[in-house]
Every structure is written in structure tokens, then in C-alpha cells.
Ligand binder design. Structure first.
Ligand code: DC
Length: 231
């Protein structure tokens, strides 16, 4: 592929495989991959560590004050074949994926000043282009001029089914109904919050992967990239 580098914004519902695809795409293109959700998770981790959250309610003033001491970086881990997230140089990749963080990240990500700072840092990563970023507001807010915007989705039932299988394989005792309720609940929160709700950018291409394999969706996306780069 030619040397022209572009910005690729991938937004969409939770549990529809955005980060898996974004990672594969970045690897294939030799681009930087930024998981914007990980950044909101890092802020949440800091809030939890410092006791700035009580019953999922953040002390907004303290969280905002704390932002100036948070430096988030990413490093590609060749041996694990995945991105690693660092908070002020400390590897927090495992910790930010824990359930406690997942359960507290939503209220943190609705704080407008938190979003402002995350968006500022996200844009810094894109100054040289050659970047794939996934999240909820990448094509609408962070990079409204991204050359390629993809809005990924799949039916709630299919996403719940995939998640159910994953958790069952890990030996967890879960029911399909509770997972479906969780998927639908997160869709509702993401789409209806006041600050940067999840919505499809007008110029985004919709990728409904309900009936696609990972290979098929990667190929679909690579073809779109080629169309843009080779114009
Ligand atoms: O993609 P994820 O599940 O790791 O995201 C964690 C949370 O952060 C999720 O509740 C949605 C929120 N988020 C956001 O508000 N904006 C983004 N660009 C990315 C994630």
C-alpha cells in the first residue's frame, strides 16, 4: 500500500469487536493503535485508588483536579501481541480490565472536563496520522476529519451470545438473559448520555458484523482503506 497515512476512527456499540478489529488493522497497516476506552479506564482506576468514588458516584472536583497528574501512554507488547496501557510509566493493563473498573467507568466518562482532557490527549496521538483509534466519539468529536470512519455494530442478541460463550469458556456461571440485559443497558447509557453520546457520524460507513467472521470484516475494512489511500 502507498505511503499516504490516514486517520481511521472506529466507533460503535460495546462488545461488537471494535478493539480486536482496530488492533488487527493497525498491525496490518503499521499504524499506531489507541484504545480510547482504556484512557477512561485509567482515570477511573486513579479515582478508585484515591477514594474519589463512592457507590459509583465520583467526587467530580477531585477527579478533575487529579487529571493534571495523569499521563497515559501505550506500548505495543510484541510477545503478547497486544497493546499495554501505562499510567505515569506504570503498567496498568491488567488492572484497568478488572470488573471494579468496568463497573465505575461509565460515571467517569460522563464528566465533561474528563472528556475534554482525554480528547486533547487523543488528538495529540493523531498529529502525524497513521493511527487507528476506537471508542464511542472518535469520528464525531475526536477526529471529525478522519479520512475513514467506521461505525461497528451487531444485533444485541448476537453480541450477548458472543460474550456469553467467552465467559462460559472462562468457566463463569452466567446466564444469557443477564448478559443480554447488560449489553442492552450499556447501549442505552452510551447512546443517551449528555456528553458526547454514541452516535454514528454522518459520513461513517456502517459495518454490521452480525453475520461476518473476523477475517471477513478485516478484509472489508482493508478494502475501504485501499480505496482511500490509492484513491
Ligand atoms: O471500550 P471500553 O468498554 O473499554 O470503554 C470503557 C468505557 O469508556 C465505556 O463505558 C464507554 C466509555 N468510552 C467513552 O465514553 N468514550 C470513548 N471514546 C471510549 C470509551
Amino acid at each position: 500500500m502507498s505511503e499516504k497515512k490516514i486517520i481511521i476512527a472506529i466507533d460503535g456499540h460495546s462488545s461488537c469487536g471494535k478493539s480486536t478489529m482496530a488492533k488487527q488493522l493497525a498491525q496490518k497497516l503499521g499504524y499506531i493503535y489507541i484504545d480510547s476506552g482504556a484512557m477512561y479506564r485509567v482515570v477511573t482506576l486513579v479515582a478508585l485508588r484515591n477514594g474519589w468514588m463512592e457507590n459509583k458516584v465520583p467526587d467530580v472536583a477531585k477527579v478533575i483536579e487529579g487529571l493534571k497528574d495523569i499521563k497515559i501512554t501505550f506500548q505495543w507488547d510484541e510477545s503478547l501481541g497486544k497493546n499495554t496501557t501505562f499510567l505515569n510509566g506504570e503498567n496498568v493493563e491488567e488492572e484497568i480490565r478488572r470488573l471494579e473498573v468496568s463497573e465505575n467507568v461509565s460515571p467517569i466518562s460522563t464528566i465533561a472536563d474528563v472528556r475534554k482532557e482525554m480528547v486533547r490527549q487523543q488528538r495529540e496521538n493523531g498529529v502525524n496520522k497513521g493511527i487507528v483509534m476506537d471508542g464511542r466519539d472518535i469520528g464525531t468529536v475526536v477526529f471529525p476529519d478522519a479520512e475513514l470512519k467506521i461505525f461497528m455494530t451487531a444485533s444485541p442478541e448476537i453480541r450477548a451470545e458472543r460474550r456469553y460463550k467467552e465467559l462460559k469458556e472462562k468457566g463463569l456461571d452466567v446466564s444469557f438473559e443477564e448478559i443480554l440485559a447488560n449489553v442492552e443497558g450499556r447501549d442505552r447509557i452510551d447512546s443517551t448520555r449528555a456528553a458526547s453520546p454514541l452516535k454514528q457520524a454522518d459520513d461513517a460507513l456502517v459495518l454490521d458484523n452480525s453475520h461476518m467472521t473476523r477475517e471477513e470484516q478485516l478484509e472489508w475494512t482493508i478494502n475501504k482503506v485501499k480505496e482511500i489511500i490509492e484513491g
